[in-house]
Design a binder for this molecule. Structure first.
Ligand SMILES: N[C@@H](CCC(=O)N[C@@H](CS)C(=O)NCC(=O)O)C(=O)O
Length: 212
């Protein structure tokens, strides 16, 4: 039994859904409502002491952190591969993943935005300025990266782990209506990925807990 604890709009959980779908693996979803703070309840912390989603369970193993989960899936279910075989190319793909996971995503996480609201008295307009600033900086980095490495996808013409990370981040940017016209490569790769069934099925609006 595979079980993914997530939230429909969590981009970190979205990464794991894409990877599971690409690998063709069935899984059950457990909704953790981040708006209601369910990620901080004692019951959930007993699973994931980080107090974040996603949390992934399989055969008695419990894993936190989307990058670790996606890497686990890649090792346990190597087909179809999400990493190239050449070590330098593998590192290059992981670098794109980390650009998203380490340089962009943490700056705009829910708890960061809530801290701006609660402790720095920022209003929604100011929070949006913060959000869009870091998205613009991150997307510019991604665009320069993709100018070097992209074909149809982030790294050449095969879907890799980099695409698994890119698409949810662009989804977030669209959700906050960040201007994306300056990042044509990013948008091209996103469109190519979203035309594929595993990406389509992982979209937030298609999840059982989606509140539309
Ligand atoms: N680095 C973590 C990030 C996980 C994360 O920040 N998840 C967000 C949703 S995308 C969350 O649980 N936020 C709840 C909060 O900030 O309280 C990962 O990749 O799994």
């Amino acid at each position: 039994m595979r079980r993914l604890y997530g939230y429909w709009r969590s981009s970190a959980a979205y990464r794991v859904r894409i990877a599971l779908n690409i690998k063709g693996l069935d899984y059950e979803q457990v909704a953790i409502d981040l708006r209601a703070g369910q990620q901080k309840t004692p019951e959930y912390l007993r699973h994931n002491s980080h107090g974040l989603v996603p949390w992934y369970e399989e055969d008695g193993v419990g894993l936190a952190q989307s990058a670790a989960i996606v890497e686990y899936l890649e090792e346990r279910y190597p087909e179809p591969p999400l990493l190239p075989t050449d070590p330098a190319e593998r590192a290059a793909v992981r670098a794109i993943c980390q650009l998203v996971a380490c340089e962009i995503h943490p700056l705009n996480n829910l708890r960061v935005l809530n801290y701006l609201r609660s402790d720095w008295n920022c209003d929604e307009e100011q929070v949006l300025i913060w959000y869009r600033h870091w998205i613009a900086e991150g997307m510019a980095m991604l665009e320069r990266q993709l100018e070097r490495t992209a074909g149809r996808y982030c790294f050449g013409d095969r879907v890799t782990m980099a695409d698994v990370f890119l698409v949810p981040q662009v989804y977030n940017a669209r959700r906050y209506r960040c201007p994306l016209a300056a990042y044509p490569k990013v948008c091209w790769v996103e469109a190519n990925c979203n035309a594929l069934r595993p990406f389509e099925l992982a979209m937030p609006e298609r999840q059982p807990d989606a509140a539309l």
